[in-house]
Design a protein around this ligand. Structure first.
Ligand SMILES: *[C@@H]1O[C@H](CO)[C@@H](O)[C@H](O)[C@H]1NC(C)=O
Ligand SMILES: *[C@@H]1O[C@H](CO)[C@@H](O)[C@H](O)[C@H]1NC(C)=O
Ligand SMILES: *[C@@H]1O[C@H](CO)[C@@H](O)[C@H](O)[C@H]1NC(C)=O
Ligand SMILES: *[C@@H]1O[C@H](CO)[C@@H](O)[C@H](O)[C@H]1NC(C)=O
Ligand SMILES: *[C@@H]1O[C@H](CO)[C@@H](O)[C@H](O)[C@H]1NC(C)=O
Ligand SMILES: *[C@@H]1O[C@H](CO)[C@@H](O)[C@H](O)[C@H]1NC(C)=O
Ligand SMILES: [Zn+2]
Length: 315
């Protein structure tokens, strides 16, 4: 009897140490990559999963999706932020009174953290794709419905979280707004590393230019990492932010995870591939582009209807 007890204790300990139920990206270990997440948590095999491919032709224009109200995005926060390497990504946990509202969101949502998904210096790594096109990096700014005080509570509500997805592309010039983050990458090179930063930049400076913020796509989805909770109102901006090749190299080629609990290996391709839409409708904001051919089709259909109605009327 006692032997059995010891045995069970040993097995439990072993499972904790070896990370039973742990998830990863295929680049870290194929056996715990995105294809296996649904075995770890059944949410990951659900019908409202993220990311998705946004097909502009199938997005439905919604004129109620106007400008987002950004609060506390316009000045550097006086509260300290914590920048860390969690072994899957680098993330900044936010403090200060920063929130978004409006734009079809049912409440005010407080900013909690932001993090990145990337490929490598030579691979694209965004999670959302636009008409099948993947971008080099994607930034996620995670917000929590103001009626909750913990992510655990918020994750139980389909409207519990609101995440802004910002696609990042590579151009010639350095983007000065991203310089403080690029410089801080060396401080979070190893899994578990963190630094406390007094932010010198407003959160807004990481977003697309002001006049581009009214163009976005909206849909109902999930967290893109386990437990894949279907609790996210997604806003993916149509227009990307541009950083330089050097900045891209540093962001995608500095941080490591601890393979086998020890050996540091570069974090790369930390993105989940697009998930099936399963009948969900993607909405396009008032100013977002819906595909020209779909507009053309709709107008031709309209013309037909008008002439048909006219014909019936005249007869
Ligand atoms: C329009 O949509 C079609 C089909 O999704 C796609 O092949 C084409 O590239 C799109 N055109 C534009 C201008 O986005
Ligand atoms: C946060 O900002 C909102 C809107 O500006 C304000 O109503 C609220 O009192 C602020 N909360 C704190 C804790 O400062
Ligand atoms: C990566 O993304 C860039 C910018 O969006 C694009 O020009 C390039 O073709 C993509 N590369 C791959 C391998 O998909
Ligand atoms: C980051 O690391 C550098 C040394 O590589 C150090 O000088 C700097 O103070 C660190 N930054 C923070 C915020 O700790
Ligand atoms: C929304 O934002 C766009 C782009 O910045 C701007 O042109 C427009 O005037 C804004 N609309 C409203 C109602 O504030
Ligand atoms: C990535 O970093 C390694 C050092 O860790 C370096 O040898 C390699 O040249 C870098 N690659 C690029 C494309 O910057
Ligand atoms: Zn993310």
């Amino acid at each position: 009897m006692e032997m059995l007890q010891i045995c069970i204790t040993f097995i439990t300990l072993f499972m904790q140490v070896s990370g039973g139920g742990d998830w990863c990206y295929s680049s870290q270990k194929p056996s715990c990559g995105p294809d296996h997440w649904k075995d770890i948590n059944h949410n990951c095999g659900g019908d409202h999963q993220s990311p998705i491919n946004i097909e502009k032709a199938k997005a439905k224009k919604d004129n109620h999706l106007g400008n987002i109200t950004f609060i506390g995005y316009d000045h550097a926060s006086s509260a300290e932020w914590k920048f860390m390497n969690d072994g899957h990504s680098v993330l900044m946990s936010l403090a200060g009174n920063i929130s978004i509202s409006g734009a079809g969101l049912p409440n005010t949502y407080q900013a909690v953290q932001f993090h990145f998904h990337w490929g490598s210096p030579t691979n694209n790594g965004s999670e959302h794709t636009l008409d099948g096109k993947q971008f080099p990096i994607e930034l996620h700014i995670v917000h929590m419905n103001a009626k909750y005080s913990s992510i655990t509570e918020a994750k139980k509500d389909p409207q519990g979280l609101a995440v802004l997805g910002i696609l990042i592309t590579v151009g010639e010039a350095d983007n000065p707004s991203y310089s403080p983050l690029v410089s801080a990458m060396k401080n979070v090179s190893l899994e578990g590393d963190y630094v406390l930063l007094t932010p010198t930049f407003p959160l807004q400076s990481l977003l697309p230019a002001q006049d581009k913020l009214s163009s976005y796509y909206r849909y109902q989805g999930s967290l893109t990492t386990p437990d894949c909770s279907e609790a996210v109102i997604w806003t993916v901006f149509e227009h990307p932010v541009t950083i330089s090749k050097t900045q891209h190299q540093i962001l995608t080629n500095t941080s490591h995870f601890s393979a086998n609990g020890e050996t540091p290996v570069k974090i790369k391709d930390n993105f989940r591939p697009p998930q099936p839409l399963k009948g969900r409708q993607i909405l396009a904001s008032k100013d977002a582009t819906v595909n020209f051919s779909s507009i053309l089709c709709a107008s031709i259909l309209n013309l037909c209807m008008i002439s048909l109605t006219a014909k019936i009327f005249l007869n």
